[in-house]
Design a protein around this ligand. Structure first.
Ligand code: DGY
Length: 323
């Protein structure tokens, strides 16, 4: 019997590659850069399974190019806003993703980004490197501390909850959260209070965006949201760039409407080096590295491979997205 045909759209950790290769006729795009769209459309012709990344747009055009034998699309990411899940469902194509295993790494990076932003680590390091470190001065390089602060989490899912859990020992006075549903576990563990978004924005010293990108969250951090925040507020986003209106954020940072922003995600990615955000001393930008620990990336790739293989065998996926 012939093996199922699979396309793997990028260089991935060895363990996942070996697992797929042992059971499939796999074509691997063995590069860090994705294939150009035209090439991608060629590569997927006639496949039964697709292993993709969050940068790959999986839409009707691509599914048409793959053809009727495509059974499963498996993304090595927890976010799946790049996949037209409804279109997959219409065609009975299963969709797998990788929730859970990247929660701790992403929460850890979110905390690192928050601290780098609030305690001005980028500016401090630049001052040291550029000879701007003069004598010790009482008012120099001061930032916002977490002790006694109010922290607002927008999207108290797995990652949001873990971020709050990590921040608690810093002496946070109060956690507020907003989102679609109330989270009894967060209230029990963190004494977190479920509030509407406006209340969260106006009362929080730190506003941390941990929500998924959906039609409801797209662009939600806009001029009106930034105007509601405290002038000293530190805004952190480690979810998706599209939940922020970046032009409005730039205005808010330049005009002092908010204190500072830390972004692990932007639009576009990579952010062009001439982006005005990069010129601001109160903005820290990281290159979408929330889940980038060795173990996490390997575990994500292996889970994505397991989803792919299960789908090819007609079995239930370990982690399936339901439209
Ligand atoms: C995801 O998985 O969606 C993250 O953005 C990258 O790990």
């Amino acid at each position: 019997m012939s093996l199922p045909k699979v396309f793997i759209s990028r260089k991935i950790p060895e363990k996942a590659r070996t697992l797929i290769a042992s059971l499939c006729d796999a074509v691997l795009w063995n590069k860090d850069e994705p294939p150009l769209r035209e090439e991608y459309l060629q590569k997927v012709k006639g496949i039964n399974g697709l292993f993709c990344l969050l940068t790959d747009k999986i839409d009707a055009e691509l599914l048409d190019a793959a053809g009727p034998d495509l059974k499963v699309v498996s993304t090595m990411s927890v976010g799946y806003d790049h996949i037209d899940v409804k279109e997959c469902a219409k065609r009975n194509i299963l969709v797998g993703y990788t929730p859970g295993i990247l929660t701790k790494a992403t929460a850890e990076l979110t905390v690192a980004l928050l601290l780098a932003t609030s305690r001005r680590l980028k500016e401090g390091m630049q001052a040291v490197e550029n000879g701007k470190w003069g004598t010790w001065k009482p008012m120099w390089m001061c930032g916002q501390g977490l002790d006694e602060a109010t922290v607002g989490i927008v999207g108290m899912g797995r990652i949001g909850h873990t971020v709050a859990h990590c921040l608690k020992p810093f002496g946070v006075a109060k956690f507020l959260y907003s989102g679609r549903t109330q989270k009894p576990e967060a209230e029990a563990e963190l004494n977190a209070e479920f509030v509407d978004l406006d209340q969260l924005l106006s009362q929080s010293d730190f506003v941390i965006a941990c929500c998924a990108l959906t039609p409801q969250t797209a662009g939600m951090f806009n001029a009106s949201a930034f105007q509601k925040m405290k002038k000293t507020a530190v805004f952190v986003n480690s979810s998706r760039g599209n939940i922020v209106n970046q032009e409005d954020l730039l205005v808010a940072l330049e005009s002092g409407e908010i204190g500072a922003a830390g972004l692990d995600v932007t639009v576009p990615e990579p952010l062009p080096t001439d982006s005005p955000l990069l010129k601001l001393s109160n903005c820290v930008v990281l290159p979408h590295i929330g889940s980038a620990t060795f173990d996490t990336r390997e575990a994500m790739a292996v889970l994505a491979a397991q989803n792919l293989i299960a789908g090819l065998k007609g079995e239930k996926l370990p982690c399936q997205i339901h439209s």
